[in-house]
Every structure is written in structure tokens, then in C-alpha cells.
Write a protein that binds this ligand. Structure first.
Ligand code: FNR
Length: 379
């Protein structure tokens, strides 16, 4: 199979993965309207084609929080990445190291923070959920900081897990889940072999770090599910600002008023995101709200955006809509699941090429020059 885009990686992942994992990755909340809108609205963003404004050299580099990166892209925190490929988070962070872009490690990783930090080659970015157990959160933040994490992505759009119907059908959740997952795993031996389920104990490095809460994956997912905090408010967040000495980014902002509140709160940045359409079905797409949010807070805090980014052109579009940086979610996991680290490297190379091509075709020389003046319907 010839791989030329994230869509090809997705098709390969659909063939390789047991259905419970593919649909957990691919699906969203409710009727998946927000999930579809993320992709469709972004693809509908029209760009201005400009001619005869060429340059021999292009600058794709980006400067975030005192460090230089090669592309305006980071890998989003994706839970259970280590279930898609053997030591999945490690393979992904190594691909980031080669491409010189940031990797954001999820709270719900399979590999431990220590394992990932040791292979990162540069300070890692870490994502944390709002959990009722504040002692646990404090503990994780301390550990992340000791391991050199500089930047905390605090995910605020998951006070409760979204209702994901596909997970019930596939066996990812629901009472019959464990049996169905076991059966599916047996029918997908290539995947099971690749992630290391056969022949050797599966090392749940991160999950075993939650000792006292969970003894294995099932237990851990149950503990986490019952630990989301639906009562969280801005006032509750202050202790995190006090506790975390590095940069603090609020992930899951979709409303202009919330973006202003994040600025007043003292966040160093936000991620304009609806969690990839996995939380509030009916929420607007990231692409549709990004311009108004950028108008309200751009330049005073970093604006990252995600949701529906599948190509380098989509990265360009998010930048034109007002983002300073773009996170890849599903796209990189499709690549990781099918081709491991090499797949993620290939995906990033494809996106870089797209981005370069678009810069030439729109007449810009650097990422910093990409902005709303390149949107066809705003010109
Ligand atoms: C996620 N996302 C997510 N976000 C987060 O803050 N912590 C997490 O553990 C996870 N886990 C997770 C698992 C899976 C399978 C998916 C698909 C997504 C959300 C993720 O960081 C990002 O916001 C979206 O994936 C962006 O949308 P796209 O690029 O997938 O369309």
C-alpha cells in the first residue's frame, strides 16, 4: 500500500487494529457532528494563491517558550498510545526528537514519564487531567518537574468523559468489553505481537506508577473514569498555577470568553480544541472559533489549535486562522499504529513538504508571516 497522507495511514490502521482500538481512536462523542465539523470546516478554509513572490529559502522554524523547534507542529497528548505500537510513547517521542518538534505526553500513557523523558533528548511537555484526587495531581506534577518537564498542558475540557457510542459497540467500554477485547486481540495477532502482548509481560510503566489506585489496565481505566471532577472551577485552578513553576497551557478552550479568562488567570497559552470531537457533540469546530479567539488574545499568550488536522495544508490553514502552533492527534497515531516511529517520521516529512509547497504558492517566506491576510474570504 502506497502511503502519501494521513488518510492512507488511517486506512492501514483500520485494517491492522482490533476494532475496539481503531474505533476508540477514530470515533468521537454522540453523533460525531463536532468530529466531522473539525475536518470539514478546516478543509473548507480557502487560501489566497499568490504568484511571482518567490524566495530561494523558507523558514519553517518556530520559537516556543525559549526554545527553537523545526516546525510549527507538536504531537498532541493521546491516551494509551502504547497500545497502538510497542512502547508507543517512546517511539513517538523519538520521532519528535529527530524532527525537532515537541511531544506532549498524556496523563494516560502506557510508558512511564521516566522512560519517555530519558528518550526525549530535550525537555518534555506533559499533559494533566483535572482529577478529584488533588494529592495525586500534585505528585504527578512534582514527578514531571523532576524529570525535566517544562511545560504543562492542563486539559480542562474533560470534567466528565464524553459519551462515545462507538466504544460501546466495539467493546472498548460496557460490561461485555473485556471479553470482546480479548476475542478481538486474538483475531489480530499482528497487532498483538507488535505491541508485545504475546510472550512477555506488557510493561505498563506509567500505569504501575499509579500504585494504590490500579493494578492493571482495566483497573486503571476504572479508577481514572471515576476520578474526573465535574465540579472544577477557575477558583480551583489557582493552586495549580501556584504549584507548577513552568509554563502552563490550558487545553480545551473553545469560547472567546474562556480565552479571555485564561489570559486573566495567567495562563501562558491555550489550546483551541474540542478534544477532537470526543466531548461535547454539537460544539463548534476548532477552525470556526479560532479567528475570534485569536482576535481576542493573540500576542498576549500562545495559541495552539487542534482538531481535524490531517495534512500540512491543514497546518497552514490553522496558522492562517490565527494559531501559533498546531497539534496533531489522530493523524500521528494512525502512522504510529501502522509503521511505528518510522511512520511518524514519514508523516511529519509529508506535512513539512505540504507546508513548504503552500508557503511558496501563497508567497510567504517564514511561518511567522502566515496569518489571516492569506485567507481568501477575508482578503
Ligand atoms: C485524545 N485526546 C487527549 N487529550 C488530552 O488532553 N489527553 C489525553 O489523554 C487524550 N487522549 C486522546 C485519545 C485519543 C484516542 C484521541 C483521538 C484524542 C485529544 C487530543 O489531544 C487532541 O485534542 C485531538 O486528538 C485533536 O483532534 P484530531 O487531530 O485527532 O482530529
Amino acid at each position: 500500500m502506497i502511503i502519501s497522507s494521513a488518510t492512507d495511514f488511517r486506512e492501514a490502521a483500520r485494517r491492522k487494529l482490533p476494532p475496539f482500538l481503531f474505533h476508540y481512536l477514530d470515533g468521537g462523542a454522540g453523533a460525531e457532528q463536532t468530529l466531522r465539523a473539525n475536518v470539514d470546516d478546516l478543509q473548507n478554509v480557502k487560501l489566497r494563491q499568490r504568484v511571482l513572490r518567490g524566495s530561494e529559502s523558507l523558514d519553517l522554524s518556530t520559537h516556543w517558550f525559549g526554545r527553537d523547534y523545526a516546525l510549527p507542529i507538536a504531537l498532541a497528548p493521546v491516551g494509551l498510545a502504547g497500545m497502538y505500537a510497542r512502547r508507543g510513547e517512546v517511539q513517538a517521542v523519538q520521532a519528535c526528537g529527530k524532527a525537532n518538534i515537541p511531544f506532549i505526553q498524556s496523563t494516560v500513557s502506557v510508558c512511564s514519564l521516566a522512560e519517555v523523558a530519558a528518550r526525549a533528548g530535550k525537555p518534555i511537555w506533559f499533559q494533566l487531567y483535572v482529577l478529584k484526587d488533588r494529592g495525586f495531581m500534585r505528585d504527578v506534577m512534582r514527578r514531571a518537574s523532576e524529570l525535566g518537564a517544562t511545560t504543562l498542558f492542563f486539559t480542562v475540557d474533560m470534567p466528565v468523559p464524553g459519551n462515545r457510542y462507538r466504544d460501546l459497540h466495539s467493546g472498548m467500554s460496557g460490561p461485555a468489553g473485556p471479553r470482546r477485547r480479548m476475542l478481538q486481540a486474538m483475531m489480530h495477532p499482528r497487532w498483538a505481537w507488535d505491541v508485545g502482548l504475546f510472550g512477555r509481560p506488557h510493561d505498563l510503566g506509567n500505569i504501575s506508577a499509579y500504585r494504590g489506585h490500579a493494578t492493571g489496565l482495566e483497573d486503571y481505566i476504572g479508577w481514572l473514569g471515576s476520578n474526573f471532577d465535574p465540579g472544577i472551577s477557575w477558583a480551583d485552578l489557582q493552586w495549580i498555577r501556584d504549584e507548577w513553576k513552568g509554563e502552563l497551557i490550558l487545553k480545551g478552550i473553545l469560547d472567546v470568553e474562556d480565552a479571555r479568562d485564561a489570559l486573566d488567570f495567567g495562563a501562558d497559552g491555550i489550546v483551541v480544541s474540542n478534544h477532537g470531537g470526543r466531548q461535547l457533540d454539537g460544539a463548534p469546530s476548532s477552525a470556526s472559533v479560532l479567528p475570534a479567539i485569536a482576535e481576542a488574545v493573540k500576542g498576549r499568550m500562545r495559541i495552539f489549535a487542534d482538531g481535524g488536522v490531517r495534512t500540512g495544508t491543514d497546518v497552514f490553514r490553522m496558522l492562517a486562522l490565527g494559531a501559533d502552533g498546531v497539534l496533531l492527534g489522530r493523524a500521528f497515531i494512525y502512522a504510529l499504529a501502522t509503521h511505528g516511529q518510522a511512520g511518524v517520521e514519514r508523516l511529519l516529512a509529508i506535512m513539512e513538504k505540504d507546508l513548504r509547497t503552500n508557503m511558496v504558492l501563497t508567497g510567504v517566506k517564514s511561518v511567522a508571516e502566515i496569518g489571516p491576510h492569506l485567507l481568501a474570504d477575508r482578503a
